[in-house]
Design a protein around this ligand. Structure first.
Ligand SMILES: NC(=O)C1=CN([C@@H]2O[C@H](COP(=O)(O)OP(=O)(O)OC[C@H]3O[C@@H](n4cnc5c(N)ncnc54)[C@H](O)[C@@H]3O)[C@@H](O)[C@H]2O)C=CC1
Ligand SMILES: O=C(O)/C=C/C=C(\O)C(=O)O
Length: 480
């Protein structure tokens, strides 16, 4: 199936008439084509957005909110179609797309439909000066949203919904690897009555289409989720133009397990935090640090549970681990198995590509646990972003904290303990934007979401996102 760009409410071919193959990773075969958009397409999208901005930014909040809410409802009405499309594009189990990805895309729209009606700005009375200051929060204009392939519609809408709610018009680019649900979102927006040009979706490669969005002199802000290397490149391009940037980048998140935790809950959640979505979530706990006292017990139980995970075709109900997103990504994961062998890591289970009967060309890989003893090894320092975790033991709280923080990333951490004092000490001292205690990926959309260190700049979620997508302007009125 060929998909098209969505510009000014219409589905259009790329100006260049050039196309890129779109793969079904579960079969390892091409199943469609997407526009290889160039600067001209981005310019057309920008013009449509700029023309729509005066009206959209002055649309009453209630009306904006109703349209976003309608989009949320239509996403839920099309849950099955969207989930199947997401799974086909990405390789994730259909069940996961049905229960997590697509419902969350709807929640993103519903959440910001509500949030914009509650958003307010500050006022400061300058006592003794007979003056009052208030802050106007105005939309930025046309903004760019660039999203990755791991949670396609979920992350695409996580950016677009607050941008639109705040009154901006958007030029958005999904990952070229997983464009399908973004394409379907265009139809949904038309059906929901979103005015033409308010949202424009341009498909294509990062280095051309994405780059053209970032370089565009009149696109005022970029909200990006993806790899740290790409984020650094975007920052280099955008900074001299003084664009606002929100960068949600990679992670190498510690999962710190103490002997006093609720063991069964921890074990079950750790399987999920390691391998959900084939380990392709920036929040996955890919470095498992276990207190020495329970290390051997944990190792045996964890291996047993992970061996029970079924690698299978994404459409099968019983599948726990679907296909990896692309051949390139499969090769990246395999390269880390070679690195493990060079670095003296001990593969406790997995480590091999899986060939599924009838889907021999699909990109499947066993869930893999590697035991390491040195936190400085590449396996513990680099983002693998697949079904591969490491485990190592620690003796003391101090050692656990040092190991957890001894990495260039700082996205999230998970702590398993029932000791309140320890919880607070770790919460304060972990260098990550998110700390989960006795849970993982419990998401409340009001909370600030984002990372420290090389995991990014800025926060998304709740009012943080609405602040990002608005320009604060202080107005000072002297009344006497
Ligand atoms: N949220 C996260 O933490 C994610 C991390 N990654 C990490 O990044 C690695 C590489 O994966 P990629 O797919 O190559 O991610 P990427 O960071 O290159 O791609 C993310 C998005 O950025 C776009 N993009 C790429 N180059 C761009 C540029 N110069 N200007 C503007 N947009 C650009 C892509 O087209 C895509 O839409 C993964 O192996 C993984 O380690 C990838 C996806 C999500
Ligand atoms: O907002 C969330 O709940 C999850 C976000 C996940 C990512 O940004 C990612 O995996 O890239």
């Amino acid at each position: 199936m060929n998909i098209k760009n969505y510009i000014n409410g219409e589905f259009v071919n790329p100006v260049s008439k050039d196309w890129i193959d779109n793969f079904n990773p579960a079969k390892g075969e091409v199943y469609g084509q997407i526009p290889n958009s160039t600067k001209e397409d981005v310019e057309n999208a920008y013009q449509a957005a700029a023309d729509s901005f005066p009206k959209w930014s002055n649309t009453p909040l209630e009306d904006r909110s109703k349209i976003l809410s309608k989009i949320a409802n239509l996403i839920l009405e099309k849950l099955d179609v969207l989930a199947i499309a997401e799974s086909k594009d990405n390789g994730k189990p259909v069940n996961l797309a049905k229960t997590v990805d697509i419902p969350r895309a709807a929640s993103n729209f519903q959440f910001f439909a509500n949030a914009i009606t509650q958003f307010s700005s500050e006022a400061h009375e300058s006592v003794g000066l007979d003056a009052v200051n208030f802050t106007l929060r105005q939309p930025l204009g046309v903004v760019g949203c660039i999203s990755p392939w791991n949670l396609p519609l979920y992350l695409f809408t996580w950016k677009i919904a607050p941008a639109l709610a705040a009154g901006n018009c958007v030029v958005a680019k999904p990952s070229e690897v997983t464009p399908m649900t973004a394409y379907l979102l265009g139809e949904i927006c038309n059906d929901a009555g979103l005015p033409k040009g308010v949202l424009n979706i341009v498909h294509g490669l990062g280095t051309t289409t994405g780059q053209a969005i970032v370089e565009h002199p009149n696109i005022k802000a970029i909200s990006f989720t993806g790899g740290t290397k790409t984020g650094a490149h975007i920052a280099r391009v955008a900074a001299p133009m003084f664009k606002k940037l929100s960068l949600e980048l990679g992670g190498k998140n510690p999962n710190i397990i103490f002997a006093d935790c609720d063991y069964n809950k921890m074990l079950e959640t750790t399987v999920r935090s390691s391998f959900a979505n084939q380990g392709q979530i920036c929040l996955c706990g890919s470095r498992i640090l276990v207190e020495e006292k329970i290390y051997e017990r944990f190792k045996i139980d964890f291996i047993k549970k992970v061996k029970q995970l079924k690698v299978g075709h994404p459409s099968e109900e019983s599948t726990d681990i679907g296909a990896l997103v692309s051949k390139e990504h499969l090769e990246k994961i395999e390269s880390y198995i070679e690195i493990a062998e060079d670095e003296g890591g001990k593969i406790l289970c997995g480590g091999l590509e899986v060939t599924l009967p009838n889907y021999e060309n699909g990109y499947y890989f066993q869930p893999t646990i590697i035991e390491v003893t040195n936190n400085q090894c590449k396996l513990n320092q680099e983002e693998i972003f697949g079904p591969v975790v490491t485990i190592m033991s620690f003796k003391t709280d101090e050692e656990a904290l040092t190991l957890a923080n001894d990495v260039k990333y700082g996205l999230s951490s998970t702590l398993w303990t029932n000791n309140l004092n320890r919880t607070m000490q770790f919460a304060k001292q972990l260098h990550t934007g998110i700390v989960w205690v006795n849970t993982w990926m419990l998401r409340d959309l009001r909370t600030p979401f984002g990372g420290a260190k090389e995991s990014g700049v800025g926060r998304e979620g709740g009012f943080e996102a609405l602040r990002f997508f608005t320009e604060p302007k202080n107005v000072c009125i002297k009344y006497n």
